[in-house]
Design a protein around this ligand. Structure first.
Ligand SMILES: N[C@@H](CCC(=O)N[C@@H](CS)C(=O)NCC(=O)O)C(=O)O
Length: 212
């Protein structure tokens, strides 16, 4: 294999969850080709995404042999297998491993769905007033969850001395609703983690490409 040639292809869109994966790959020094897709109904690239991932979500990773890996945390695990020196997941025996799993799963299983169901509520609730309520309730619930994370956050990184993939989720997700000003006002520790991650040049380049 030519180490300079990207063999993995990430389907994603600007500013979406794939940014977490892009930042992790950049830190690990594993080449990745990005294919821009738009998951919205009616978009010309939606069918391409559905063919790869019937859930129609990004990130979706196409592996060297054409097989598909979905779910950001599963993709981060795969990266750790490819490049264990990335150290974005505490290895077996590390005292922070259980806390890593607790909070990484909290992010993907509790926090992430607040956007999944709140971003386009009309997809899930036909009635306009109900859709508005779903948007508002998921927005409210997300703030409760972020405050729970703030309570648990360490310094300088979420789990203490060593940066992990949890910090990358934070660095990307602070750019989504409720928006950066809310984090500055309400979650000083998470804001500091996001800033610290964004100060790492390889992460900064990915964030810049996606959020500027
Ligand atoms: N559990 C998934 C969530 C992925 C997700 O919800 N991605 C959003 C974009 S940030 C998406 O594709 N939304 C479109 C949809 O759910 O239809 C993960 O962790 O990768």
């Amino acid at each position: 294999m030519n180490p300079g040639k990207p063999t993995l292809r990430l389907l994603g869109c600007k500013g979406c969850g794939n940014v977490i994966v892009e930042a992790a790959f950049a830190l690990a020094g594993v080449p990745l080709e990005i294919e821009e897709v738009d998951y919205s109904a009616g978009s010309p690239t939606r069918q391409r995404l559905l063919d790869a991932n019937p859930l129609g979500q990004v990130p979706t990773l196409v592996l060297e042999d054409g097989s598909i890996l979905t779910e950001s945390l599963a993709i981060l695990h795969h990266l750790e297998t490819l490049e264990p020196s990335a150290h974005l997941i505490p290895p077996p025996g590390d005292p922070h491993r259980s806390a890593f799993y607790r909070w990484a799963v909290f992010i993907v299983a509790a926090l992430y769905p607040t956007w999944t169901y709140g971003d386009e509520p009309a997809k899930w609730v036909e009635d306009t007033a109900g859709a508005k309520q779903l948007r508002e309730s998921t927005d409210r619930h997300r703030q409760v969850l972020w405050k729970q994370m703030e309570e648990a956050a360490g310094a300088p990184w979420f789990l203490g001395e060593r940066m992990t993939a949890v910090d990358l989720y934070i660095a990307v997700m602070v750019n989504w609703r409720p928006g950066r000003k809310w984090f500055v006002a309400n979650t000083a520790k998470l804001e500091a983690i996001a800033k610290a991650a964004a100060a790492i040049p390889k992460v900064a380049a990915v964030l810049e490409r996606n959020f500027s």
